[in-house]
Design a protein around this ligand. Structure first.
Ligand code: ZN
Length: 460
């Protein structure tokens, strides 16, 4: 039995791990590298294994850094079965079609640019929309939280609620090769307990764990304090007659924010007539998918749905799917909340809203999510005095806020607690910055800690 690592090794994105057992090969996630330019190019590199030889792909959740290279896997020969939860399957479709579309657009842009400079250099997208569509043919059985699934004789898997985003799971694998038996638990991304929509992560015992360490050295601020901070920032900005721009991740964060804004209005903390724009076709579709999966929620939220109270509905909520409607928002100079993607401001409509609002001292920009090094969000958070957007230098005069408590990831204390409940004798740390990993690993006891390098192989 072997375990090897092909992404998110001593880094945060590109999750891809491979189990080989009794002649079968099982991949856990096939994510995309996200962030700076070099990482972007890593996506096209060889996987480090033969895609055609993979029998199963177990998908922990639908974030791009976990599912984003899936169409590429199919393009390079994968013909096995993809197993995931029903909500992840729906969200993955959305995420992958969006990714394919973005790559086609970027490729077109590069082709035009290189034509100008060198005359006709071909620069293809990582995969096309058609290839993304083709990859959906390989989605097979659907996993239900807590129900063991026998993929093949001697190969059992159980998806456990990871509490990270809708449909997210940790995957427990029970492996048998001749007389040897091993259990391996892949954490996927772990959520933090005490959030409004989802339940906290479910843990299981295992011989070995492969676990994420995104916030392995940090404690989150409490969620109620963060919600309060959001209400204050919104109220202050409205008082200054500015817009509130919230760069937001389309999955989970956008829906959670809608949930808290609705609550704020119901409690009288925010004006009920406050216009809110969800200016992201992907977040709009994701919200619709969220509305179709009440089975994934906490009892209280499920109850809201049952009574016909959509927890994501606000009196003055505008879904702007069309480009023209999005552009019309440019005329609003103050008094609205504008939520748009991408969360790290590397692309998407939020860049237009930043261009229009960053220079206004009355405006507020609120960062509520992870901002990787090298991204525009990171530059602004780190205090850039001006940023370049659409070929223009834009001064940063708006007030910049970062509210940390909304994270969809477990913090150090929660990760340590999760780990202690696994009783694992061997621990593989992935999905984290190297320094963070080192500090987190130093806090683990009664287990052998490994920090795999890219393509490193371990015998189980
Ligand atoms: Zn994730």
């Amino acid at each position: 039995m072997r375990l090897s690592f092909h992404g998110a090794d001593r880094s945060v994105t590109g999750s891809c791990h491979l189990i080989e057992c009794a002649g079968r090969r099982i991949l856990i996630d096939c994510g995309m590298y996200q962030g700076g330019g070099e990482l972007h190019e890593d996506n096209g590199e060889p996987f480090g294994f033969d895609p055609a030889a993979i029998n199963y792909l177990l998908l922990t959740h639908a974030h791009l850094d976990h599912c984003g290279r899936l169409p590429l896997l199919v393009q390079r020969g994968f013909r096995g079965e993809i197993v995931t939860t029903s909500a992840s399957r729906e969200l993955a479709r959305l995420v992958l079609l969006d990714a394919a579309h973005l790559q086609e657009e970027e490729a077109l842009y590069r082709q035009r640019k290189s034509k100008k400079h060198h005359g006709g250099h071909k620069d293809a997208p990582l995969y096309t929309t058609l290839e993304a569509l083709n990859s959906f043919d390989y989605f097979g059985r659907t996993a239900v939280y807590g129900q063991p699934l026998e993929l093949a004789p001697g190969l059992g898997v159980t998806f456990l609620d990871a509490g990270h985003i809708l449909g997210s799971a940790s995957v427990l694998m029970e492996l048998q090769e001749r007389v040897a038996r091993r259990s391996v638990l892949f954490s996927g991304d772990l959520g933090n307990a005490g959030r409004p929509l989802l339940n906290g992560p479910v843990v299981a015992k295992a011989d070995s764990v492969v676990m994420e360490t995104t916030y392995g050295d940090r404690r989150h601020k409490s969620l109620p304090a963060s919600v309060e901070e959001l209400y204050e920032v919104v109220t202050d900005t409205l008082r200054r007659c500015g817009n509130v721009i919230i760069p937001t991740f389309a999955l989970e964060r956008a829906q959670e924010l809608l949930y808290f804004l609705r609550e704020g209005m119901e409690k009288g903390r925010l004006p009920g007539s406050l216009p809110v724009f969800l200016d992201s076709p992907m977040a709009i579709s994701a919200t619709q998918i969220f509305e179709r999966h009440p089975e994934c929620y906490k009892t209280e939220t499920r109850e809201l749905f049952r009574k016909g109270n959509d927890p994501f509905h606000l009196p003055e909520l505008h879904f702007t799917r069309e480009k023209a409607d999005s552009m019309a928002i440019n005329h609003i100079t103050g008094g609205a909340i504008i939520m748009a993607g991408s969360g790290m401001c590397t692309g998407g409509r939020v860049r237009h809203h930043l261009k229009n609002n960053l220079g206004r001292p009355e405006a507020g920009v609120v960062f509520v999510g992870y901002a990787a090094n090298g991204t525009l969000a990171r530059h602004i958070i780190d205090g850039a005095k001006q940023v370049r957007l659409f070929g223009e230098e834009i001064p940063v005069r708006a007030r910049i806020h970062t509210i940390g408590g909304f994270s969809a990831h477990a913090d150090q204390a929660e990760l340590l607690d999760w780990h202690s409940q696994t009783h694992a004798r061997r621990t593989f740390l992935v999905h984290g910055d190297e320094e963070v990993m080192r500090r987190f690993g130093a806090g683990l006891c009664h287990t052998k800690v490994e920090m795999p390098m890219l393509h490193e192989i371990f015998e189980l």
